[in-house]
Ligand binder design. Structure first.
Ligand SMILES: C[S@@+](CC[C@H](N)C(=O)[O-])C[C@H]1O[C@@H](n2cnc3c(N)ncnc32)[C@H](O)[C@@H]1O
Length: 227
């Protein structure tokens, strides 16, 4: 049985997310590690649940977390937009969170709290770590949260090919930063026949994600695209 056979359809994922006990646990995690994320609580909880429960159902046992642990690289106005550059300059803003810097120990502690039994933290800039990474198995859940254009693009280009057919790619910042949306849109525009074009979906009206098509010309619900 392949990994993609184990991954539940989106309707099943939504049912799993109704689990109140889990939502409470993720809220606690959010409060404790607020400095490590820029998004607000509801989006964080939805996002973690979507990734965590999906991974659990898919039988994932190893997680890899990539981060500089030195915060975000400089935003580029021509790719990320003036608002990203302005946000990054404004270090006195309460929403700056020290340029989203978190220590390796904080990320490790957050992972343990999430119940992950086995995980690896990969420290470094994405353009150096990601292209060299060879995942031991197909990826069931790829969660991108790098905010900027180049951070998102390098992940999509190098990791999407390793996502299992039927696997999920969550893009945290699609609705937040221009650079992230630009990277996703450009990446999706590179798909030409015979490759099926992945479609963006929406979870709880906040989180953008896509499910990797299982075969050329098939939509995520398995129809031939004539809905
Ligand atoms: C908004 S924070 C998200 C943190 C965490 N994923 C979470 O959910 O709370 C963005 C993270 O991406 C990292 N990051 C962004 N671009 C990066 C790059 N090019 N190389 C390495 N890390 C990067 C930053 O260090 C920062 O920790």
């Amino acid at each position: 049985m392949s990994l993609s056979d184990l991954i539940p359809p989106p309707s099943v994922i939504v049912t799993i997310l109704e689990n109140r006990r889990l939502r409470k646990g993720f809220r606690g995690l959010y409060r404790k590690y607020r400095a490590f994320t820029m998004i607000h609580e509801a989006a964080y909880v939805n996002n973690l649940e979507l990734a965590g429960r999906f991974a659990a159902v898919a039988g994932c046992v190893v997680d890899f977390l990539f981060d500089s642990f030195e915060g975000l690289p400089p935003a580029r106005e021509e790719l990320d937009g003036a608002s990203a550059v302005a946000w990054q300059k404004n270090s006195r803003s309460p929403a700056h969170y020290n340029n989203c810097t978190a220590a390796e120990e904080e990320a490790g502690a957050a992972m343990k709290l999430s119940g992950a039994t086995s995980f690896s933290l990969v420290k470094g800039w994405f353009n150096e770590t990601i292209p060299r990474f060879a995942p031991p198995n197909e990826i069931a859940v790829l969660r991108l949260d790098g905010d900027w254009y180049e951070s998102t693009r390098v992940c999509l280009e190098n990791l999407y090919p390793h996502v299992a057919p039927g696997g999920i790619v969550i893009v945290d910042d699609y609705h937040i930063w221009d650079g992230c949306a630009r990277a996703v849109n450009e990446f999706l525009a590179t798909f030409a026949p015979p490759n099926a074009v992945p479609r963006l979906s929406q979870f709880h009206d906040r989180i953008a994600y896509l499910v990797k098509p299982k075969a050329a010309g098939m939509t995520e619900n398995g129809s031939a695209g004539q809905e």
